[in-house]
Design a binder for this molecule. Structure first.
Ligand code: HEC
Length: 218
């Protein structure tokens, strides 16, 4: 009996000593100064990405192997995903890794790809997501979403929270205008596809801005 109590106490103390610093010490994850929180529109797209289960076929984590570095770019760092809740590293690659896909294709390529993946990528196994081009984005709770993320540590300012919907609409409007100008469909400014594309175009940009390369081993 005494033995059980002693073992329990030791395990509890040992556990606390291991776990408490992990949650409290901020420097546990090396920060990357160019990594900033998602814009409200990108956040909306990220939630659609989660809803549609894209993570079931796409990882967002480049491993530090030569063939991966040559295909995707520099390897994934923990500091890249500090504002991702939940993170979307994934564990399955039916399709390619997406953590460096931002800027790889123009917005219009993504519109066509979602409408019919085989129009841009012959023999693609990716299912079409044509409804993203017609279903409207739900921006109703965007400010609450940002506020909740702030309460668990994502540094959104009060102004960013108050302007979340307006900022999302503005970014979407600019993207939709660009898509139309490059010969794509019109009227996408309030459609879900724009938010998903905004999210995809962001992936890898912060790391690129930091100039991190595979050689820059931590
Ligand atoms: C059943 C598996 C599957 C699902 C689910 C899936 N994809 Fe894909 N995806 C693929 C495959 C395979 C490719 C490679 C061929 C192609 O370009 O279509 C691909 C390619 C892509 C590319 C181009 C990547 C590159 O570097 O060329 C993007 C972007 C993409 N998918 C985004 C998404 C998003 C966003 C979703 C969810 C809405 C999604 N995919 C769902 C299988 C999938």
């Amino acid at each position: 009996m005494v033995f059980t109590v002693l073992v329990t106490i030791s395990v509890l103390i040992g556990g606390a000593v291991e776990l408490i610093p992990m949650f409290l010490v901020d420097e546990n994850v090396p920060r990357i100064s160019t990594v900033t929180p998602f814009t409200p529109l990108e956040l909306t797209g990220r939630d659609i990405y989660i809803r549609e289960g894209c993570v079931g076929c796409h990882s967002q984590m480049v491993r530090p192997f030569r063939h991966e570095l040559e295909r995707y770019g520099t390897y994934g760092r923990a500091g890249e995903t500090i504002y991702e809740r939940p993170f979307l590293w994934g564990s399955k690659r039916t399709g390619p890794d997406l953590s460096r896909v931002g800027g790889k294709y123009p917005d219009l390529w993504h519109v066509r790809h979602f409408e019919n993946p085989r129009s841009t990528s012959p023999r693609s196994l990716m299912p079409p997501y044509a409804w993203l081009l017609t279903s409207e984005m739900d921006l109703d709770n965007l400010d609450t979403k940002l506020a909740r993320l702030k309460s668990i540590g994502t540094p959104y300012s009060d102004a960013e929270i108050a302007n979340a919907q307006a900022s999302a609409r503005q970014q979407a409007e600019a993207m939709a205008t660009g898509i139309e100008a490059s010969g794509g469909p019109s009227g996408l400014a309030d459609k879900e596809v724009i938010a998903v594309i905004a999210f995809l175009q962001r992936l890898g940009q912060d790391v690129r801005a930091a100039g991190l390369t595979a050689e820059a081993q931590p």
